[in-house]
Design a protein around this ligand. Structure first.
Ligand SMILES: C[S@@+](CC[C@H](N)C(=O)[O-])C[C@H]1O[C@@H](n2cnc3c(N)ncnc32)[C@H](O)[C@@H]1O
Length: 221
């Protein structure tokens, strides 16, 4: 599968086609401790290690029981659906990082076929029950996949470990980055920040859908 050709711009912003309805959601992201973690992983990659991973996994294990009550499935999937509709084409294997209880996984399995759903928190992953998905408990900072073996990597409100994205994505592969509440999402990076964090030449497209933001970035190799 080849990246879109004939377009030399590293980041192309597409006009939104899915309007944001109703009042903006509450900003639960800006001051959230996970926002600081998100930004630190990008700014200081060596900071993430077993102690931080254990702390983060413990926090999400505690949240797992009520995770699915936090948003409607429509709210959770509008950005991912728009990214898949307008950011393609996408090739397999498809791997979702920080899959949680699987709200994005179900969309991916429906649209793209089999998915490998990766998460660090055992209690989150136990609740992920999506036909067509294989669950893998692993740290996205040290993925159990061979170099250049993944066609599509997806992060829905999940941390960006850029070195692993660079390592596992195959030529022409895509990183799909979605923040379901846009800038109000705790685990949020702007489109430009995602492109910069990847640290290699990419072709990227981004947009908004509802209150979500998304970017699809493809390494140019
Ligand atoms: C904000 S939740 C998002 C879950 C799901 N994608 C969603 O949108 O509902 C972040 C998820 O990433 C997982 N996570 C955190 N650090 C991780 C890591 N280093 N590797 C894999 N998963 C991780 C957490 O356990 C949690 O399930």
């Amino acid at each position: 599968m080849n990246p879109p050709s004939g377009d030399a711009e590293p980041l192309r912003r597409l006009e939104p086609v899915v309007p944001a309805l109703g009042p903006p959601p509450e900003d639960i992201g800006t001051g959230h401790p996970m926002r600081a973690v998100t930004e630190r992983i990008v700014a200081q990659p060596g900071w993430w290690g077993p102690d931080v991973a254990a702390d983060v996994a413990g926090r999400f294990d505690e949240l797992a029981g009520t995770w699915d009550t936090r948003s409607s499935s429509a709210e959770a999937s509008v950005g991912l659906l728009d990214a898949l509709d307008r950011g393609g084409p996408f090739a397999g294997p498809v791997v979702e990082l920080g899959a949680g209880t699987g709200s994005g996984t179900a969309v991916l399995a429906d649209r793209l076929g089999p998915v490998v759903a990766v998460d660090l928190a055992a209690a989150m992953l136990r609740r992920l029950d999506v036909p067509g998905a294989v669950r893998v408990r692993a740290d996205a900072a040290a993925l159990p996949f061979r170099d250049h073996s993944v066609g599509t990597l997806v992060c829905v409100n999940a941390f960006l470990f850029a070195a692993e994205v660079r390592r596992v994505l195959r030529a022409g592969g895509a990183l799909v980055w979605v923040n379901t509440l846009g800038e109000r999402t705790p685990i949020h990076l702007s489109d430009a920040a995602v492109v910069e964090a990847l640290g290699i030449e990419v072709r990227a497209v981004s947009s908004r859908a509802g209150w979500s933001t998304w970017v699809v970035a493809r390494p140019v190799r």
